[in-house]
Design a protein around this ligand. Structure first.
Ligand code: ATP
Length: 612
């Protein structure tokens, strides 16, 4: 086949532009990325070789060749290689979700430091080579295939691709180096000394030999098998980058070793920020499984519950078979045991952070709290541990509070933990439901993650204290606050009439919940909340329209006035309109949507016209 010139996909082109103009100051890392890809390719080939003998590689390794004259640097592996379609699909496009959004933000921040961080989050991988290259040539042949592919690009909008007969199995990436420019931190990457230094720093733990001439540059020591005291943080960080594809440093390192009947070692990392696909179904999970130092699989979901899917790292189990499959893993009793132990260890590490390093804890919870709380929807094993490490915004102060701290601040006579769930802090804080709680000085937790609406349905207590929504059921702040029977009696005809007139409410009653608003809407203690109703609908589930209870504040002039008007003449037409306005106002006050805003606006305008 002749040489074809193809265009990079639009997003890939933008990312390349950013690389060519090199917004990332540490250019050395291009070599780390190439070596990391080579190592992944060797892992894949080893796995393929287990299925099919013919795919096995003799002497799997990575080789670096530098040519000072020609100013080229080549990274060669005898790994799995790529077909022509692979090259077009994997190198010519970026398939990751959220790409466009990340690029938009990157562009906006072109000059500032945040760019480097953003790009780190994104992980540009192979493209980072264009920070140092004028031109890149990639020659590859997929293990077991007859022909190879040659790909070449100078990083502008296009690349060339051709089929070749004489490529060795595996992949060789040849970087045509730009002239060194020390001022721009563009070092001489054809210099063997520099290569040695970079490999030692970033890729020492790679489990295949990285050769330069006759020399093997890396120690190949498995980091998780070395005692913590002997490993520098920097080495852990590099390893984290290799397993996570995240360019930033991890927030916390967790090392574990279990001896006895079932031995395993684990080296886990809490990232310092959430990946953009944290809430996408197909997001990568971060655990690699090894058996006796040999890589078995990526993305081992069986090793951690899904609410801890952001944890990255390695588990090396001593007693599993080398060709264990995912299907077997799912049923393996030992794997289930490891999963429980790892989950407990991760949660207890976060608890330690909460005590000993509040800053780190806060970062962690801000980034991952919403995911961790999903664990409250599973069968209860970790509920207590999750509630212990959770924190929530609250009417008391700006910083989030733990439940334990909330309990210590509970008022004399208060036995419940009160919360309100909603879309934003501002919306909840303005909601009339909070009025009586505020008047009494009771603290209310403000829950704003979508998952909060769901877990609070099933988790009903913490440490012996009921968790109670302030927008649900009747308030029972104290006995003396109950609406007197005498009053209820006087209001009975109005309440009955309102119940009959307003189709959208289930019941109408008086309340002590309100101090300044005339009315509010509450869910009864069993019914769905409006947010949950919306959520089920969004998921395509049929749910009946939920009706709520309209609660009235008998101390409000609008409500007492309405009672008098109703007494005078129960069938005056304005009365029905006032009822509608009252209901609409309650809905607006909590940030809800009117079913017929035009009608509401008209009624209101007519009324106002009469007052001016
Ligand atoms: N040496 C190689 N051998 C075989 N396949 C490779 C090689 N280098 C890259 N690839 C393929 O190209 C894909 C894209 O590589 P790239 O480095 O851009 O991203 P990545 O490694 O998947 O993730 P990240 O961007 O986070 O590093 C890889 O996932 C791999 O499938």
């Amino acid at each position: 086949m002749s040489t074809e010139t193809l265009e990079f996909q639009a997003e890939a082109r933008q990312l390349l532009q950013l690389m060519v103009h090199s917004i990332y100051s540490n250019k050395d890392i291009f070599l780390r990325e190439l070596i990391s890809n080579a190592s992944d390719a060797l892992d894949k080939r080893r796995l393929a070789g287990l299925q099919d003998d013919r795919l096995r590689a003799d002497d799997p390794h990575i080789r670096i060749e530098a040519d000072k004259e020609a100013r080229t640097l080549t990274v060669r592996d005898n790994g799995i290689g790529m077909t022509r379609d692979d090259v077009v699909g994997l190198i010519g496009t970026i398939a990751r979700s959220g790409t466009a959004e990340t690029l938009r933000r990157l562009k906006e921040n072109k000059e500032n430091k945040e760019s480097a961080e953003l790009i780190g989050q994104f992980g540009v991988g192979f493209y980072s080579v264009f920070m140092v290259a004028d031109k890149v040539t990639l020659l590859t042949r997929k293990a077991g295939e007859e022909t190879g592919t040659r790909w070449e690009s100078d990083g502008d909008g296009t690349y060339t691709i051709e089929t070749v007969e004489d490529a060795p199995e595996g992949t060789a990436v040849t970087v045509h180096l730009r002239p060194a420019d020390e001022e721009d931190a563009l070092h001489d990457y054809a210099d063997e000394w520099k290569i040695r230094e970079i490999v030692k720093r970033y890729s020492d733990f790679i489990s295949f030999p990285i050769r330069l001439g006759d020399e093997t540059l890396n120690s190949m020591k498995a980091l998780w098998a070395r005692p913590r005291s002997e490993v520098k943080d920097e080495e852990y960080h590099e390893f984290y980058r290799h397993v996570s594809h995240d360019w930033s440093d991890p927030l916390e390192i967790i090392q574990m070793r279990a001896e006895g009947t079932f031995e395993y070692e684990a080296l886990l990392f809490l990232p310092s920020r959430a990946p953009h696909d944290l809430f996408q179904r197909d997001a990568r999970h971060g655990i690699q499984l090894y058996v006796k130092r040999v890589f078995i699989m990526d993305d081992t979901r069986e090793l951690l519950p899904s609410h801890l899917r952001f944890v990255k790292g390695v588990v090396d189990a001593a007693d599993l078979s080398l060709n264990i499959s995912r299907e077997i893993l799912q049923q393996d009793r030992h794997i289930q045991m490891i999963r429980r132990r790892l989950a407990k260890k991760v949660l207890s590490t976060i608890k330690d952070l909460m005590r000993n390093d509040v800053e780190k804890y806060r970062t962690f919870w801000r980034e991952f709290g919403a995911a961790v709380k999903e664990g409250l929807l599973d069968a209860g094993e970790d509920h207590k541990a999750i509630l212990d490490i959770a924190s929530f915004a609250s009417t008391e102060g700006e910083e989030p509070t733990s439940l334990a701290d909330y309990v210590t601040r509970m008022k004399e006579g208060q036995d419940k933990i009160y919360f309100m769930a909603g879309e934003s802090r501002a919306q909840i804080e303005n909601s009339p439901h909070l009025e009586a709680f505020r008047a009494k000085g009771y603290e209310v937790l403000l829950l704003t993650d979508p998952v909060d609406e769901i877990w609070t349905e099933s988790v009903r207590e913490y440490d012996g204290h009921e968790l109670r929504s302030v927008a649900r059921g009747a308030v029972d702040l104290s006995e003396e606050d109950e609406v007197s029977e005498e009053r209820t009696g006087a209001y009975a005809p109005l309440l009955t009439w309102l119940g009959e007139t307003l189709d959208d409410v289930k019941d109408v009653r008086l309340t002590t919940r309100l101090t300044s608003s005339p009315a509010c809407l509450v869910s009864d203690s069993e019914g769905l909340t409006p947010a949950l109703e919306r959520m089920y609908r969004a998921m395509g589930q049929e749910v009946p329209k939920v009706k709520r209870i309209l609660e009235l504040n008998p101390d409000h002039p609008l409500v007492s006035g309405l009672r008098e008007a109703h007494e005078r003449s129960a069938d005056a037409p304005e009365l029905t309109e006032t009822a509608e306005l009252l209901y609409g106002t309650a809905l607006l006050a909590e940030g809800g949507d009117l079913t017929d805003p035009a009608r509401f606006a008209k009624l209101l305008a007519d009324r106002l016209a009469r007052t001016v």
